[in-house]
Design a protein around this ligand. Structure first.
Ligand code: SAM
Ligand code: SF4
Length: 331
């Protein structure tokens, strides 16, 4: 939606501008990804997450400050029955022109039509393996075929952007890359691998499964894939194209030098806390102002908090802040 001129600008102490918000709508998840929630979601405390109205207020405050892209994430956003309403409120926010979701694809087949009708523009589906048994092993669910059908349905519906997120795992190198290259031969989707990040809970798994992104880029270069020019709001992914393939393959490398210099995103958790860095400490509580609907005070608190945004994460020092797993704050 079009907006009136922004009421402020989100610029931090290092001159970085923020036009992208990741809004977590739940901590709950129905998958058990080996690197994230290997024992499944465990309830701790009451599950009181932002209401659709409060989500709309978050989107409104950030849009007033110049944010134009909002990604709904979690936990697994699709476990919320009121997700279409959250999408609709976000899409109706003046200034927001991209409403995105990151989902594990559970029930995507059934839900994508309603999400699209509510105003969803960008779909990211997480698929770490295209081997049925491998997918089952990683997620705890034998649902690969249904997830892929959901993604294909989104393509049929003509959603403006459809992407796949995969975590780069040692077990997926080689045959796994072959399978994803075949997957994008006809499909016009970008598959973006992200280097496995170490969190508070996954140190042992990280030591076993982390491989550097160069494993993928070397593999691509050896098979004739070339680097694509970057678009303005591409985010941190570097993407590769090949004349025989309709889709693209990309890499997000959070361990690469300078990764945080281009940071353009802020996060709000499902409990209404502003997180300045995915791997930071604590958050700035916005919940009281969201409950009372005080947009001016909300904007002022967000702008003030931004001054405290750190230059970068400290993953290189094996320091994940207070992030035990990414489901906790929205990856
Ligand atoms: N449940 C949804 C999903 O899986 O798409 C959204 C939340 S999930 C935390 C967001 C993304 O973070 C997923 O693509 C997931 O694969 C990725 N992720 C989770 N833990 C990760 C880790 N330790 N390192 C890298 N990526 C991770
Ligand atoms: Fe759930 Fe997503 Fe974490 Fe997998 S990565 S356990 S789907 S929150």
């Amino acid at each position: 939606m079009e907006r009136s001129p922004a009421l402020g600008r989100l610029v931090d102490g290092f001159g970085r501008r923020f036009h992208y918000l990741r809004l977590s709508v739940t901590e709950v998840c129905n998958f058990r990804c080996t690197y994230c929630l290997p024992d499944g979601f465990k309830k701790s405390g009451p599950l009181t997450f932002l209401t659709p109205e409060e989500c709309g207020r978050v989107a409104g405050a950030f849009a007033d400050l110049g944010v134009s892209k909002v990604r709904l994430t979690g936990g697994e956003p699709s476990v919320r029955r009121d997700l279409p309403e959250i999408i609709a409120r976000t899409a109706a926010t003046p200034g927001v022109d991209k409403v995105c979701i990151t989902t594990n694809g559970w029930n995507l087949e059934r839900q994508i039509g309603a999400w699209r009708d509510a105003g969803l523009t960008n779909l990211n589906v997480s698929i770490d393996s295209l081997d049925r048994a491998g997918f089952h092993r990683i997620t705890g669910h034998d649902r690969l075929e249904s997830v892929v059908r959901g993604l294909d349905r989104a393509l049929e519906l003509g959603l403006p952007t459809v992407k796949v997120n995969g975590v780069l795992l040692r077990d997926g190198v080689g045959d796994g890359f072959d399978a994803f290259a075949a997957f994008v031969r006809e499909r016009p989707v970008a598959v973006r691998f992200i280097e496995l990040m170490r969190t508070g809970d996954n140190a042992e798994y990280f030591a076993d499964q982390h491989v550097p992104g160069s494993v993928l880029t070397d593999w691509l270069a050896a098979r004739g894939w070339t680097r694509r020019d970057r678009a303005f709001d591409d985010g941190p992914a570097v993407e590769f194209i090949h004349p025989d393939h309709a889709g693209r393959i990309g890499l997000i490398a959070p361990y690469a030098p300078g990764f945080c210099d281009g940071c353009n995103r802020l996060r709000v958790t499902a409990r209404g806390q502003l997180r300045l860095c995915l791997f930071g400490e604590l958050g700035v509580d916005l919940k009281d102002l969201l409950e009372k609907d005080e947009p001016e005070a909300l904007r002022a608190r967000i702008v003030r908090a931004l001054a405290g945004k750190p230059r970068g994460h400290r993953l290189h020092e094996a320091n994940s802040g207070d992030t035990r797993q990414l489901a906790q704050f929205g990856g």
